[in-house]
Design a protein around this ligand. Structure first.
Ligand code: ADP
Ligand code: MG
Length: 719
């Protein structure tokens, strides 16, 4: 059992720790270096060290602020004494007493009264009531877990500290001897990794930095490896499912393509070719279509949907927002209805169909119930919508193709729900579309169960968006430019700075006592938008019509603001990053991004794609309050790069994969995310995974691996 305390168990479960194995796999994300133990007389302000001594005095003192509880302590060794202050840790009065030997570690501070420690890490050495005597010999270093060594620091949650986790880990570490290694021996030996027991000990309580790194290397690989095994297994399972084969009808494709007002780019052609080949097979397609904003993914999806409908099956296209779904519906109606295909739109707020009746095409709004009936009968051939499509109320008829647009907006479970939709035991062909350009190695690692198509070149004649870095002293010129564009009848986006939840956001939230950790960033972003909105509408653009958009608004409210902005009821829209989804406002010509240096390049590039969608010349203004050269050079890549893929590579180098993927949606633990910076490691993990499955597809001879892979699956589905 992990702990006898049910309260602690609850807190642990919030960290995903349910059993000893979970606990031991809860690896520190860094270490405090408290290895230097010094005599008190040698303490120097500003250094981080450990000391050992005997408590000479301990007392609570009146704090200058009412809410603050303060304990003062004097610790003495044979060479001198040092002051220690503890804030808000009143229970220490009970834990400590005079003449007790303890070790403390942390940063040494200095003020008028001399040197002191503030809230240092601590541990008891001997709890005797002996009189004061010099400590001649350091206590047994092996038992140190909070001081006098590399001390592991864990991700914490409310009410459970790294210290508590450390104590639990130290207590349960011997159980690692009974755990079996998920890495097959042949893999572990080839890669030269530490055995599991060793590696766990080294990860939590390393003798030195090198040992810690060696352990980390093993666990990074292990997570990637397990993820890859799962991906490959999923692939095998799906390859055994059956799907409706949609025959590749060349003349149909030709007539569709010939009817377009433009010619497809080579990349579009190639992607379409892959997709049409895939859906012609009697087992489900699993494909990711990556393409920069504006690269023309939609038309490729429509072509596949058209073929599917013509073959007598149903196709579905799911978009993350109502506005986007409506845009797709309008597009599909234009393209498909003239070809005698019926199209439906299903969102939380309305259901529409475009259908041929007695030789005339009509569009009408119908009830959800009627919509369902018509979808179930197969009368609606191409169904477009939001996640209303997987709500369970719509039944499908011979669903052969499911397309998810802007897939990063959907969770793993929503994708899974979609795949179960076809109903008759036949899985739909699955096409995922993403405008987040992910470097190939990363795509392989994260979406290893999907085949990859990419549209890299944009359609010819796409206008170049002029991108400018605006230093602080040019801000007013930028405002003047935005006004002149608005006066010419154009529209402007202003994106608010992102607030890092780990730093500023967290601290600010803690100060006002807001409850949850994950909410902090949303809260600060909202504040940033409201402040910016106030500033712009009151002092800078009192003459313009301004609206705002942020993540705390209800989806309905957000949609309403977007619709009004599209209808040009506003000149300027202030927004958080919620705007990034593939929305089309051809009249918008300026996007100004505040705090541009705080966004990843790939995301800035996404923002930039919001403009330049119409006939007017468009601009992206990168505003920054920092004139730092490094920032400028990173942003400069944006003014020069030719496509989002190039920027994504730079992002991956500079900021790591979290920036490109967002932690949760990749379904990967931190340690695996870390590994994604390393293409060689990804390749090695993939290779090892495929060799392992080649030895034994069912993992019967690798039960502990099968176990971990299964757990990973459960976790993904629980999300
Ligand atoms: P995204 O890949 O960002 O979803 P869209 O599919 O929305 O891009 O396409 C952006 C715009 O480009 C649409 O208006 C679409 O009609 C147009 N488009 C798509 N392909 C081409 C092409 N080959 N030539 C010219 N315009 C195209
Ligand atoms: Mg799109």
């Amino acid at each position: 059992m992990l702990t006898k305390s049910p309260a602690l168990a609850t807190k642990l479960s919030r960290l995903g720790i349910h059993c000893v194995e979970d606990l031991l796999y809860y690896l520190p994300y860094r270490y405090d270096d408290f290895t230097r133990v010094v005599p008190i007389k040698d303490l120097v302000g500003g250094e981080t060290v450990a000391v050992e001594g005997v408590i000479e005095r301990i007392q609570s003192v009146r704090a200058w602020r009412r809410q603050m509880q303060l304990i003062e302590m004097v610790l003495r060794d044979g060479t001198g004494s040092i002051r220690i202050v503890w804030f808000n840790q009143f229970y220490l009065l009970k834990a400590f007493h005079k003449n007790m030997s303890i070790a403390v570690a942390g940063k040494v501070y200095a003020n008028k009264k001399g040197l002191y420690f503030a809230n240092p890490a601590y541990e008891t050495l001997t709890d005797n009531q002996q009189p004061l005597r010099p400590i001649t010999e350091a206590a047994n270093r092996n038992e140190a877990i909070h001081t006098r060594r590399l001390v592991p620091v864990y991700r914490e949650t409310r009410g459970i500290t790294s210290r508590a986790i450390r104590i639990l880990v130290a207590r349960h570490l011997p159980a690692a001897a009974r755990m079996s290694d998920a890495l097959p021996l042949f893999v572990r030996e080839r890669e030269g990794f530490l055995p599991l027991m060793e590696a766990l000990r080294a990860a939590h309580f390393p003798a030195n930095a090198q040992e810690a790194e060696e352990a980390r290397r093993r666990f990074r690989f292990e997570e990637l490896f397990i993820h890859q095994v799962r991906m490959l297994q999923l692939r095998r399972i799906r390859a055994r499912q059956s799907a409706h084969a949609v025959p590749f009808d060349q003349s149909l494709v030709k007539s569709f393509v010939d009817g377009l007002p433009f010619t497809l780019t080579d990349d579009q052609r190639k992607a379409a070719w892959h997709i049409l080949q895939d859906i012609a097979k009697p087992y489900p397609m699993q494909r990711l279509l990556e393409g920069d904003v504006g690269s023309g993914k939609t038309i490729v999806a429509f072509l596949a949907a058209y073929e599917t409908a013509k073959a007598g099956y149903q196709a579905l296209i799911m978009a993350p927002t109502e506005v986007l779904a409506r845009q797709h519906f309008a597009g599909a109606r234009r393209l498909l209805s003239s070809r005698n295909i019926s199209v439906g739109l299903a969102t939380a707020s309305e259901h529409r169909i475009f259908i041929r009746q007695g030789g005339v095409a009509v569009e009408k709004k119908i009830s959800a119930k009627l919509f369902s009936a018509r979808a179930a009968s197969g009368e609606i051939q191409v169904i477009i919508g939001t996640h209303a499509l997987i709500s369970g109320k719509i039944a499908y008829n011979d669903l052969a193709l499911a397309v998810v647009d802007e897939q990063h907006r959907f969770g793993v479970d929503q994708r899974a729900a979609l795949l179960k939709k076809s109903g008759d035991g036949v899985a739909p062909h699955f096409l995922s579309m993403s405008a987040t350009p992910i470097p190939r190695t990363l795509a392989l690692a994260v979406y290893g169960d999907l085949d990859l198509s990419r549209i890299i070149t944009k359609p010819a004649g796409r206008q170049h968006i002029e991108t400018r870095i605006i230093p602080p002293h040019k801000r007013n010129e930028a405002y003047a430019f935005m006004r002149s564009q608005a006066q010419e009848g154009r529209q402007v986006f202003v994106i608010c700075p992102r607030i890092e939840s780990s730093e500023t956001g967290e601290a600010r939230v803690a100060a006002i006592g807001a409850p949850e950790r994950g909410k902090s960033s949303a809260w600060s972003d909202v504040k940033a938008v409201k402040d910016e909105y106030e500033k712009l509408s009151k002092s800078i653009f009192p003459d313009l019509k301004i609206a705002m958009l942020h993540g705390r608004m209800k989806p309905k409210e957000k949609e309403a603001v977007m619709e009004k902005f599209i209808a040009h009821e506003y000149d300027l829209l202030v927004s958080t990053s919620v705007i990034e989804v593939g929305i089309d406002v051809p009249n918008a010509t300026v996007i100004a991004i505040e705090g541009a240096d705080r966004f990843g390049l790939a995301q800035l590039h996404q923002f930039r794609g919001r403009v330049g969608r119409g006939e007017h010349k468009s601009y992206c203004l990168l505003l920054s309050d920092s004139a730092a050269a490094a920032t400028a050079s990173r942003l400069k890549a944006l003014t020069e790069a030719k496509d989002g893929f190039a920027l994504a590579e730079i992002d991956l180098d500079l900021r790591g994969p979290g920036e490109l993927l967002g932690g949760e949606q990749s379904g990967m633990p931190d340690i695996a995310m870390e590994a994604l910076r390393n293409p060689a490691l990804i390749e090695a993990a993939r290779e090892a995974a495929s060799q392992t499955l080649a030895k034994d597809p069912n993992l019967a001879i690798f039960p502990s691996l099968q176990d971990r892979v299964g757990k990973l699956g459960e976790r993904l589905h629980a999300e």
